[in-house]
Design a protein around this ligand. Sequence first.
Ligand code: PSZ
Length: 506
Amino acid sequence: MRFLSRNLIGHLRNHAAKSVAATGSVRYQQTATKLASGRPLIANEPAGPAIVTKTIPGPESNRKLQELSQIAETGSVQLFVDYERSLGNYLVDVDGNTLLDVYTQISSLPLGYSHPDLLRLLDDPNHVKAFINRPALGAFPGTDWTDRLQNSLMAVAPPGLRNLCTMSCGSCSNENAFKAIYIWYRTKERGGDTSFTAEELETCMHNQTPGSPPYTILSFSGAFHGRTMGCLSATRSKAIHKIDIPALDWPMANFPQYKYPLEEYVHENQQEDAKCLEETEDLIHKYNAAGKPVAAIVVEPIQAEGGDNHASPEFFQGLQQISKRTGAAFLIDEVQTGGGPTGKMWCHEHFNLPEAPDIVTFSKKMLTGGYYFKEEFKPPQGYRIYNTWMGDPSKVIMLEEVVRVIQRDRLLENVNESGDVLMKGLTTLQNQYPQHINSTRGRGTFIAFDGTNGAKRDTIVNKLKLQGIHSGGCGDKSVRLRPALIFQPHHANIFLNKLETVLSNL
Ligand code: PSZ
């Protein structure tokens, strides 16, 4: 059998958790033979990483960086990639280094590089037309647009959400979700009346109330919701994102900060939840009373840029209750968590919410941006949530294929299986090298661990690269893993062995 059943995986996960502390040494190959799911998902993928330069970036990357920096700001460029040669889980750089990519373009490649089923799409001449004729979808959708949406985004919609708006990236999905929420909130305040007064129409042209109401969005310490002018006021992860940019006076509540390992600090972490929930509700009342009504609570199911901070299902259930009590919408930002990396299509499906969130935003692994919403968030007039492209049919055609491959190759099961191998191996390594790493946490393959400090984290990420592993940092001292959905247990074992090499030589 190629994949283990869900029950068996559940069993193995429990077993892994119990036996980790007792396992003295790391034996990843043994785990591999037990769990590896048959044939590789990508034919002709490299057998492993191969490093050919002394430094990464190598000389060719540095030369190209020099060229590009003549015309562009390149402070964030890490290396130049040969996308012709990159395949599956392996990124090949312009110096010919082959790296196992557990970061995958900031978590945005569902099927890795050059997946054969995606390449085949371009053999169909109808698809070629869709790739070269980019419509203004809000005005001129194509013949098959509704079918395409049904077969892609709607086929994997979060339970309970049957409405959809497509956009181009994560930030513009959040921006427009905020707008849909303001329109909903104002319509509620008007008692459902969908007309505007002359004063509202006049004052909005001067950015004044009542036409431009002073609504706010509550977000959390450590949150990342994008860098555009509205989203940035909800983003709280790093000062470099925000410095020098005017911001709105929006409330920020503390996101829970748990003590690890979780099973040793159940009581403390429950108290932490209660404290943060109380603060959230108090802040909403305070802002409402000050004439800055809180129209929405926005939250990531796992804070990603802020350092892979997790919160309990009870915390998210509590937030939903607060949103009901205060009349604020409950917006879950699944831009980074959505599309399968946590082992479910949507991370909030892990939280047993009694009903769907009001809005769920997505981008990255979903290839197109956008948001799902409850019917009541559909604006009462057209042309209010709108821009030129409103997404891109070529991305939706690709997503249709991605959804088909996820189902055909049972990639969510693969994610859970590979995630188990990673969690078990990382837990063993953190027990073996507590002077270097700790706090392994994650769902599916959406996993992070901490270096003992920021400098140690940076050293680990850099040394991993020279071992042929491309990982990423997040927060102050975390290493994050964001492999594609085609990352299999044998890739996990390669990663763990390379990490052990790095840790044992620190
Ligand atoms: O430094 C950056 O700008 C980065 S690095 C990773 C992201 C941004 N993630 C984007 C992101 C996200 O993780 C969440 C939870 N919400 C919104 C966004 C914004 O998406 P984009 O980048 O597509 O605008």
